[in-house]
Design a protein around this ligand. Sequence first.
Ligand code: URA
Ligand code: SF4
Length: 209
Amino acid sequence: AYDAEPFLPSRGGLPAHRRAAADCRGCPLHEDATQTVFGKGDGSARILLVGEQPGDQEDRQGEPFVGPAGRLLRRALDEAGIEWDATYVTNAVKHFKFTRPPGGGKRRIHKAPDLREVAACRPWLLAELRLVRPEIVVALGATAGKALLGGSFRVTKDRGALLPMPSEGARGPYVVATLHPSAVLRADDRDAAYAGLVSDLRVAAEALA
Ligand code: URA
Ligand code: SF4
């Protein structure tokens, strides 16, 4: 089965994990992507944000949320009173998954990771959670929500509330789920979707106040 576990270092902090993740072959997604995009930010952040997977820009630059979704996310965090530099940001899956347009164009079209890939990559996410030890984890969208809260997670029913993270027990962080910033960019009513994102992020901000 696909599994990142054999590639995790047995000791060391975030830098050791970042170095090891660069060589992960726990699932086939490393084959076509440019590089592993590990999490980044404050290694003792009180808020850790989890996206889905790197996008095209993130794959090229090697850092999470540096493209259009990241710009929107930074604006929303700022509006919710959360300082970007005080967060740690990562993704449920660390390699970019994409397809090419039919006929063999050069464009890379984002493809959602499947459950096997999310499960394979989860050891990296759990390691980041244990090393950073945030108080609040923000799940951005359904993929992050399922990775953190299990397969019955649904954005519409679970968003905007403080939820305990089942696998981490009583001493684990709270999870606040919301829309993925890319879903805001695609929404018919973008203003309403954006306002919803900010309002969910305020739930996270207020939990720390
Ligand atoms: N979307 C994500 O989920 N993560 C990124 O890092 C960029 C876009
Ligand atoms: Fe490893 Fe995750 Fe990349 Fe798959 S997506 S190869 S599990 S880092």
